[in-house]
Design a binder for this molecule. Structure first.
Ligand code: GLN
Length: 487
């Protein structure tokens, strides 16, 4: 793997805009690097060679004809395979969608392309986003470029690895309970989950609709800000995509965090965090205080219930969202035999089409929504969700953002947690609460373990205040060089 980091999206775009480079050459280079390296990593489920090259040539031609270059002119991007791409197979890493080719682009994809980006391909994930290791994929696992016997995290593992390994400068993932931030942390890149409603979910294959958000992976916070500015904003196709104005995220990167109050929920970090993670976390806080931020204690008393609350609400929503995969409307259908009833067709289609973790979630979610258990589980979980949101409101009365490690440990080994779903769920202990509360959260690389595995710092902000998160993350990257290390 290369020793110097490949150019950022911003640098690449500027070189292309100046005419120092051609989009077709940049695209070919990204295709060549991907062809050479991705066999060992498994980040991509599909590489759209022809479409990408055609698009890059068209961008060069438009540039030659005098068209103004967009903010992502000629930048190759990778898209998680649960985000719809017109004409490119979109499977959510599920057998049930193995042959699905969308007739439309997700809004986030359409906006990237309108800004000049070149879609290089689709990336591997846990099936429908359900997992924390990218092992629950019909395509097999993705590997962590820092240690090939370890997981990249998940569920957006392929998008994290595509950036970490230098195949593309930026990519899109989705985050329902940590699926952008956790793999970003374990792969040593930046990952942002925007506020709920900041980015349109149109074209995102739904998992937990009250939790899902699309967001960027990048090596620099600046690139994450660039991509967010392109994909954010209201959308007539998604009523939850808010009309709240989109801030100038690049303009917010002033480096100035003088007087910023950073809340630290010390009690919540007391147990179960690996010593190397805790040490990197505390050192990163010193970097931020040296730049003028101050630390304040905050309490998130309900955060310890976040995992059970998340796994009740997310599975309930999943069981409802995944009901549409019935072998009738689209997707896989079991081969029919004479005398099959409709019910048998549904059962076999879903049995053959879904993997074991997805089935577990559908059963759990159906159970918690069922007549006798709704009040005890689903309703109770919604009530605790409100308490958790109130914890954050209290914290934001005294702090401008809340800092935590992104994950309790660095990357775990492939296969290490696959037989123990509860152990896998605990990997999300620090990430799920931002989704439950709807808040934006950013993970930035903040160190390495003894065996050189990346560690992430997570910053959670006020609703729609991505600008403060990005400003702080960018300020942190001005004083550290964790993000320039390459595997
Ligand atoms: N790991 C969590 C889950 O399995 C979160 C996944 C996600 O954010 N898509 O549900």
């Amino acid at each position: 793997m290369s020793a110097t980091p490949p150019p950022t999206a911003r640098a690449l775009r500027d070189a292309l805009a100046r005419g120092d480079r051609r989009a077709a050459d940049v695209c070919q280079e990204a295709l060549d690097t991907t062809a050479a390296r991705d066999g060992a990593l498994g980040a991509f489920t599909a590489v759209a060679v022809e479409r990408a090259l055609a698009r890059a040539h068209a961008l060069d031609a438009a540039r030659d004809a005098g068209a103004a270059p967009g903010p992502l002119h000629g930048v190759p991007v990778a898209i998680k395979d649960n985000i719809s791409t017109r004409g490119i197979r979109t499977t959510a890493s599920s057998r049930i969608l193995a042959q699905y080719v969308p007739a439309f682009d997700a809004t986030a994809v359409a906006r990237l392309e309108a800004a000049g980006a070149v879609i290089l391909g689709k990336t591997n994930c846990d099936e429908f986003g359900m997992g924390s290791s990218t092992e629950n994929s019909a395509f097999g696992p993705t590997r962590n470029p820092w240690a090939l016997d370890r997981t990249p995290g998940g569920s957006s593992g392929g998008s994290a690895v595509a950036v970490a390994a230098g195949l593309v400068p930026v990519s899109l993932g989705s985050d329902t309970g940590g699926s952008i931030r956790q793999p970003a942390a374990l792969c040593g890149v930046a990952g942002l989950k925007p506020s709920y409603g900041r980015v349109s979910r149109y074209g995102l294959l739904a998992y937990g609709s009250s939790l899902d958000q699309i967001g960027p992976f990048a090596r620099t916070v600046e690139d994450a800000a660039l991509v967010l500015g392109v994909i954010a904003g209201a959308d007539g196709q998604d009523a939850t995509a808010t009309a709240e104005p989109v801030a100038d995220y690049l303009g917010a990167l002033t480096g100035d965090i003088q007087g910023l109050r950073i809340g630290v929920p010390r009690a919540f970090l007391a147990d179960g965090v690996a010593p190397a993670v805790l040490a990197a976390f505390h050192t990163s806080l010193e970097v931020l205080t040296a730049r003028g931020a101050t630390l304040v204690d905050v309490d998130l008393p309900h955060a310890r219930y976040a995992i059970p609350v998340y796994y009740l609400i997310a599975t309930a929503e999943a069981s409802s969202n995944l009901a549409r995969y019935d072998g009738v409307r689209f997707g896989y259908r079991t081969p029919l035999e004479p005398g099959d009833t409709l019910r048998q067709m549904y059962e076999r289609t879903r049995d053959e089409g879904f993997g074991p973790e997805v089935k577990r979630r559908i059963m759990l979610g159906t159970y918690v929504l069922s007549a006798g258990y709704y009040d005890a589980y689903y309703l109770k979980a919604q009530q605790v969700r409100t308490l958790l949101r109130q914890d954050y409101e209290r914290a934001f009365a005294v702090a401008d953002l809340v800092a935590m490690p992104t994950t309790p440990t660095p990357a775990f080994r492939l296969g290490e947690k696959t037989d123990d779903p509860l152990a896998m769920y605990l990997a999300d202990i620090f990430t799920v609460s931002a989704n439950l509360a709807g808040l934006p959260a950013l993970s930035v690389p903040c160190g390495f373990s003894e065996d050189r595995l990346p560690i992430g710092l997570q910053l959670t902000g006020r609703m729609f205040d991505e600008a403060t998160l990005l400003r702080t993350g960018d300020a942190y990257q001005r004083d550290t060089n964790w993000h320039t290390a390459t595997p």
